[in-house]
Design a protein around this ligand. Structure first.
Ligand code: AVJ
Length: 316
């Protein structure tokens, strides 16, 4: 009861600020939309589809690292704890850890609460022994857990290199926030490593065009939030690699001159003009250690795959 009251309240607060946030981004010279708006109900399903693409190596690689080192990971995490899943999505990754980590409580947090509830209801019947909670929130803004979630023995699970969406400054802020909510537990996080450009381009511009659909869908998500009239067919998915910033960048490029309007405002895009929708930062073992140390983590353990495509880290 307490949890749902908290949820409704935060949903009201955020609804208002999203309009202003989206509008500000669209009106900048170089228009931007925050990647969190990729994850409406359809977007969450499209992202789930991406994770099944053979070209999208992060999910499969992370999965194989988690499987290969499950015993070592279970050892450092310990049993009977509270597993807090940041950006839980379809909850499949966390669920794959249940047998080895044996959590007593599972807290799934995601921006898209409808999608999360769908996923969690299925999981509940499979694991009646685990207390489960779904929280719909934008944890990059506030990471406040209900008082009913114990403080002891928390493991924050932040897989998939989702942290890669954030700039170095934002990532550090979020990691500090996570650290401040850990007493005797830790953080189990997945982070993507730097690799050849062609591998990155294949992963983010796949031949089936699932990622293109995922990226373009953000315009429909924005239409719903803002009451705007973006026409998806007037834009195309573009991927570039920024070597200075060590990241993949996603854009939507206007195929023609485009005029978009919403209550009280309008924005025109010239042919070729781009809207920036996502950054996906890539790390090195050294930059991972540096980032986690700056956030206050003292003990850092890293597992990786043979190709060194991806890293799973336990930090406390
Ligand atoms: C969920 C942020 C980790 O950056 O790889 C996948 C999102 N975007 N394909 C990523 C994404 C396009 C994904 N993260």
């Amino acid at each position: 009861m307490h949890t749902s009251a908290v949820l409704e309240e935060s949903a009201l607060l955020t609804q208002h600020s999203f309009t202003a946030e989206i509008e500000a981004g669209l009106l900048q010279d170089c228009a931007t939309i925050s990647p969190k708006f990729l994850y409406d109900a359809l977007g969450s399903h499209l992202f789930a589809a991406i994770t099944f693409l053979p070209e999208y190596y992060p999910t499969n690689t992370e999965k194989s690292i988690l499987a290969q080192y499950r015993n070592q990971i279970a050892e450092v995490v310990g049993k009977d704890g509270v597993l807090i899943d940041l950006g839980a999505g379809n909850c499949l990754k966390a669920a794959s850890l249940f047998d080895s980590l044996k959590p007593s409580t599972y807290v799934a947090i995601d921006f898209s609460i409808e999608y999360l509830n769908e996923a969690l209801n299925q999981l509940k019947s499979k694991h009646p022994e685990i207390a489960m909670h779904a929280l719909g929130m934008d944890f990059s803004q506030h990471l406040t857990l209900p008082n009913s979630i114990p403080m002891q023995h928390r493991t924050f699970f932040y897989p998939g290199s989702s942290i890669g969406n954030f700039s170095a400054v934002e990532a550090l802020q979020l990691l500090k926030k996570i650290k401040s909510q850990i007493l005797d537990g830790g953080l189990l996080i997945g982070m993507d490593l730097m690799k050849p450009d062609d591998v990155l381009i294949d992963a983010y511009d796949d031949p089936l065009k699932v990622t293109a659909a995922f990226n373009l869908n953000i315009l429909r998500s924005i239409n719903n939030h803002l009451n705007s009239d973006f026409d998806v067919s007037q834009f195309k998915h573009v991927v570039t690699i920024n070597h200075q910033e060590n990241r993949v960048e996603l854009y939507l490029e206007a195929l023609d001159d485009v005029r978009v309007q919403w209550p009280n405002n309008v924005r025109t895009f010239k042919k070729g003009e781009r809207i920036h929708t996502e950054n996906s930062h890539k790390y090195t073992i050294e930059s991972i250690k540096q980032l986690l140390r700056s956030a206050g983590f003292e003990s850092i353990q890293i597992w990786t795959d043979a190709k060194k495509y991806f890293a799973v880290i336990y930090a406390k």
